[in-house]
Each structure stands twice: as C-alpha cells, then as structure tokens.
Design a protein around this ligand. Structure first.
Ligand code: FAD
Length: 388
C-alpha cells in the first residue's frame, strides 16, 4: 500500500499552500477578534475552483473523491486558519450532496454552479433547540399549501446564516406516525434565506468567531414546491448519505488543527530557554508532544482508511465515525498540550494556540458528539444493544 500523497493530492497541496500563503496567522487572528467572515479567503478558494472539489464536473466541479477533499480540508485547517478557515467553506464541499443525488436536473443546474463559483453561499438548518441530536423530534413544520409549503419553526446553531443566501432546511411535512420511524415525514428543502420571514440571531460563542452560528426563527416562510429536494417525507434518509463524508471531512479538519498546534508547540519548545536550557529538553514537555504526534499519525491513517472505503463505495460508517472520534480527540489534546507548552504565553492571543484550542473543541461536539459516535460503534460495529 502506498501511503504517500497521490499526484492529485500533491497538486491540491501545492495549490492550497499557495492560497494559504496569502492568509497568514495575523489574518485569522484579526478575523477572530473582529468576528468577521473571511470573505477574501472564501473568494480565493472559489477562484481556484476548490469549492467544487467534490461536485460533478457538469456543473463546474472537479468530482474528486472524499480522500482528496479531506486532504484539502486538512491542509486548510493546518494553516493558521484552523476551524475558521475550514468552516467558512465546509458546507460547500459536501453539503450540496443531497442536491447532487436527489435533486432534479433543473435543480442541479440552477443551484450548484453558484455554490461552486462562490457567488452564492448556503447554510444548513437541521439542529433545533428542543430536539438536539434526536433529529426525529424536530418541530419545524412545512405545511403543504397551494404551490408549495408554509414553513414555521426554529433552528439553532445554523452556521454561516449571517452571510448565506440559501438554506438547506429539514422540516416536518407530516406528523410523527407511531408505527413508522420517527425520522419519516421529514422533508428537505433548498430555498432562499429570506430575511423578511426569517430572523437570524447570532450566538455569542467560545471560538471560531469569524464564522457565525445562529438561532433562526422562521415565520410563515413560503417555499415553492420546486424548492423541495426529492420526495416528501424522505428528507432524513437523503441526509444519511452525506453523514459519512461529513464525518471524514471534520476528522481531517480536526487533524489539521492538531498538526498546526503541534508544529507551533515544537518550535516553541525548541527555542524557549528556561533554567539555562530549552524547555523541550524536559521529558515532561517532549513526551506529551511525542504522544500527540503518534495520535495525529494514527488519526491520519483512520481518515485515509475511512475515505478509501467511502470512495470505493464500501460500507464506511464504522471507520468514518472512528476517524471523526479519534481525530477530534487527538486534535483537542494536541491543542491543549500546545497551550501548556507555551506556558503563560499559550494564553496570549499572539501565539495563536489558544485560538486553536478553542476551535479544536468544535469537532468533538459537532456535527455529532463523541458519545453518539461511541453509541454508533457499540451498536452497529460491535453488535451491542442500542442504549437509548
Ligand atoms: C460551532 C457549532 C456549529 C454548528 N453548526 C451547525 C449547523 O450549521 N447546522 C446545524 O444544523 N447544526 C449545527 N451545529 C449543531 C450540532 O450539530 C449539535 O450541537 C450537535 O449535533 C449536538 O446537539 P445538541 O447540541 O443539541 O446536544 P444534545 O442533543 O442536547 O446533547 C447534549 C449532550 O448529551 C449527550 N447525549 C445525548 N443523548 C445521548 C445518548 N443517547 N447517549 C449518550 N450521550 C447522549 C450528547 O452526546 C451531548 O454530550 C453546530 C454546533 C456547533 C457547536
């Protein structure tokens, strides 16, 4: 087995390095401080054609696999951009997958090219305040009316809604049927984020301030029937298709953050002199860094295996979840250890590791928590009884 990056990945790496060279640490520090969307970075990625890396060629994409897309996201997160850089484009990479697979030709032709060119942004509205991880409990309703649907409800944590033009929205079109699965009756829409009918309130949060997350309140939003993706009531099953690639991508982003933090910590450990010697000469400094290196390498292998299975069309659920779990934990641990290695200066913004630490928590929490990943592995991989 060849573990070196493929020729395609080398080209991706060179192109992404060239883009990231224009967006150094200070750009991301300022974006975080000013809570400002990194529009220049977003446009640079769009101009390079990278927003469409996993989208069909017919609509302007490059149709590469998840292994290549994950490689790109790892590179992006491994720059000074961390999760802010990755999250500003994350939804473009695989978010439109339900449109690609279940949309009509007309929908694909209308919706995909602007997302790939970067002339339109979209956000993803699934999570609701009263449902949490139990998506079957969402209460946003899309009531059939002549010509379409009237949508009412609330979403929470909808990222990029401050800058988005469109929303990929999951809503209930029929009441839960006690005899059916709770996720039946949910329908997927791709529609305008019409601010006359949708109030968007930003959530003040711990990190990744450059990329907003929001509560949104939808009040009598009229959605035309042609904005429905696929069949009524099947929306959740359409999203299931995108879960594994999304976990692989977030794992790659966590890995990139961990690598960035580790690199900074190692540089500092080699240059900071205390008690007349480099702090990195102390085993209590060097062993945790070595441990992080081992864990990040292992995360990279899990990601590569999960992506390989997915790209070959083989069942990838177990490995995609394992990669997301392990990379998220390893990235967080590396970022934590980076702060500790810097000592007091780790707490200062100018060294960037505190920002990476705050951002490294996101892959542990979202799009699915560590606990739910372990539930999945216990039940679906190990065959243990469902615990909830
Ligand atoms: C920065 C950020 C960006 C986000 N962006 C988006 C977005 O763009 N669009 C979107 O739709 N959502 C988004 N989310 C939401 C994210 O997907 C959810 O926060 C996540 O799915 C967890 O849901 P919850 O917060 O409601 O947790 P809850 O469901 O309330 O769970 C709380 C805790 O209980 C644990 N728990 C619950 N049930 C069980 C169980 N059966 N067994 C073991 N443990 C359990 C969970 O693991 C978790 O630790 C984002 C979240 C964050 C933090």
């Amino acid at each position: 087995m060849d573990f070196s990056p493929s020729q395609t990945q080398q080209s991706i790496g060179d192109a992404i390095d060239a883009i990231m060279a224009d967006f150094g640490d200070d750009y991301w520090l300022a974006a975080d401080r000013d809570a400002r969307f990194p529009e220049e970075f977003y446009q640079a990625v769009a101009s390079g054609g990278w927003l469409g890396i996993a989208m069909p060629e017919a609509y302007g994409g490059t149709a590469l696999g998840i292994a290549d897309a994950a490689f790109m996201m790892q590179k992006i997160a491994n720059s000074g951009g961390g999760m802010a850089a990755a999250s500003s484009i994350h939804i473009n990479i695989f978010g439109p997958h339900p449109i690609v697979v279940y949309g009509s030709d007309a929908q694909r032709a209308e919706w995909l090219p602007p997302l790939i060119k970067g002339t339109e942004k979209c956000c993803f509205g699934v999570t609701e305040p009263d449902a949490g991880l139990d998506t079957g409990m969402i209460r946003t309703t899309a009531t059939p009316v002549p010509g379409g649907y009237r949508v009412n409800g609330q979403k929470i944590w909808t990222s990029t809604a401050q800058v988005a033009d469109k929303i990929l929205l999951l809503a209930r079109t029929s009441a839960p049927d006690p005899k059916a699965r709770r996720t039946d009756g949910l329908t997927l829409f791709y529609t305008d984020l019409d601010r006359r009918q949708i109030e968007i309130r930003e959530i003040a949060k711990m990190g990744r301030a450059a990329v907003d997350s929001n509560q949104i309140f939808i009040d009598d939003l009229m959605v035309p029937e042609r904005h429905r993706i696929g069949a009524e009531g099947k929306g959740f099953s359409y999203l299931l298709d995108s879960l594994n690639p999304e976990r692989i991508l977030i794992a790659a982003e966590a890995l990139g953050i961990g690598q960035s933090a580790l690199r900074r910590a190692v540089d500092y450990a080699g240059s900071r002199i205390v008690f007349g010697r480099q702090i990195g000469q102390n085993q209590s400094i060097q062993h945790p860094l070595a441990e992080s290196w081992v864990e990040l390498e292992a995360a990279e292998l899990l990601i590569a295996k999960a992506a390989y299975l997915y790209d070959c069309g083989q069942p990838a659920g177990g490995l995609a979840n394992a990669a997301k779990y392990f990379a998220a934990e390893a990235g967080f641990k590396a970022a934590t250890q980076a702060v500790m290695t810097f000592g007091g200066m780790g707490y200062a913004k100018e060294y960037h590791v505190e920002r990476l630490l705050r951002e490294s928590l996101i892959p542990r929490l979202a799009p699915v928590s560590a606990q739910m990943v372990l539930n999945y592995i216990a039940e679906r991989v190990l065959g243990l009884p469902k615990s909830y």
